[in-house]
Write a protein that binds this ligand. Structure first.
Ligand code: HEM
Length: 138
């Protein structure tokens, strides 16, 4: 800690300034990609609760994105209803083959949305490597 006296408190931020500080779509999507990766390897390891946790995390991040970037809200809702929900159902049933099927379809659909939103060069692929920071097999 320095011995400098505390500076005067800054004036409150305006709503515009606060809005500028919200995470951008790219930042939220980077977290979505991370959770989606871990979801797959947790399911493959048989840790169904962890896999469902990460699928719900994707859902929560996308709901937040829909609120702060309303132009994506309709597509994100469609993705939740038609893609994420079947993945969550498969995880709840501990059904590996159904998980693999719904997960692959959801990933393909996500990449279609990247094309739609003029980012065709963003093609998410499942990394070969499992995450190393979590126990995946129970
Ligand atoms: C599980 C599903 C999805 C995954 C794994 C995923 C993954 C990603 C990743 C890794 C990025 C690049 C992030 C970065 O800048 O570091 C990205 C960007 C993006 N994603 Fe997704 N995505 C998914 C679903 C969706 C959906 C449903 C939409 C529909 C609106 C969407 C719209 C976008 C957009 C617009 C960008 C560009 C961000 C920007 O403009 O800064 N994504 N996504």
């Amino acid at each position: 800690m320095s011995d400098e006296p505390l500076s005067k408190p800054s004036p409150p931020l305006s709503l515009e300034q606060l809005a500028q500080l919200l995470p951008g779509t790219g930042e939220i999507m980077a977290s979505v990609g991370n959770a989606w990766w871990k979801c797959a390897y947790a399911a493959r390891g048989g840790n169904w609760e962890l896999a469902a946790y990460f699928a719900r995390r994707v859902r929560g991040l996308q709901r937040k994105l829909a609120q702060i970037r309303p132009k994506y809200a309709e597509d994100l809702l469609e993705f939740e209803n038609t893609q994420l929900n079947p993945v969550l159902t498969a995880l709840g049933a501990h059904d590996g083959p159904s998980f693999e099927r719904t997960y692959a379809t959801a990933t393909a659909r996500a990449n279609e949305f990247h094309v739609k939103w003029a980012k065709p060069y963003i093609r998410w692929v499942l990394p070969d490597e499992p995450p190393k920071d979590l126990e995946l097999d129970r």
